[in-house]
Write a protein that binds this ligand. Structure first.
Ligand code: FES
Length: 166
């Protein structure tokens, strides 16, 4: 996909954001703008990336599509299929595991009636696969909901957080 076709698939805001990031890096290093571009594209596309959108980003940045697909597939912050609108990530790495992270995950699975990796049938929640350390070990056990950290969790606190979401 060339840059002009890519432009038609990307919103003006995404193109502006890509341009803003592109100039932060030396000539020929436009690949460094891919993560920021995919973040915004995913946000605009209700939380997930499609092949067409990733190709459009590649076209706009004059990159081989595979270089954008690799980023979209590698990082756990990107989704490549439709998911619930509130994304929940529970850390079960060592510090959180020692402080009950697995019980936290189990509580959310029971509460929402889904398993990790699934979305609720009403499309409200997406419980991501278990996360590796999210660098908030001091507040273990923790989870991230829509990119916001919640620490020192208890079942009651989880209920409060999830029940407060629209
Ligand atoms: S182990 Fe859970 S945030 Fe580090």
């Amino acid at each position: 996909m060339d840059k002009s076709s890519a432009s038609t698939n990307l919103s003006p805001l995404v193109r502006e954001e890509i341009d803003r990031w592109r100039v932060k890096f030396p000539e020929g290093r436009q690949r460094s703008a891919v993560i920021a571009a995919l973040h915004l594209v995913q946000h605009e596309n209700h939380g997930y990336l499609t092949s067409d959108l990733m190709e459009a980003v590649a076209g706009y940045l004059d990159l081989p599509a595979i270089q954008v697909f690799e980023v979209g597939a590698f990082y756990s912050m990107f989704e490549t299929k439709p998911v619930g609108r509130h994304s929940i990530s529970v850390c079960t790495n060592i510090s959180c595991m020692l402080r009950g992270g697995e019980k936290i995950l189990g509580h959310i699975e029971r509460k929402l009636g889904i398993e990790a990796g699934e979305s609720t049938p009403d499309g409200k929640f997406y419980l991501k696969r278990e996360e590796e350390c999210l660098a908030a070990c001091v507040g273990a056990p923790m989870m991230m909901v829509d990119h916001k950290f919640h620490e020192r969790l208890t079942p009651a606190r989880i209920d409060e957080i999830l029940d407060s979401l629209d």
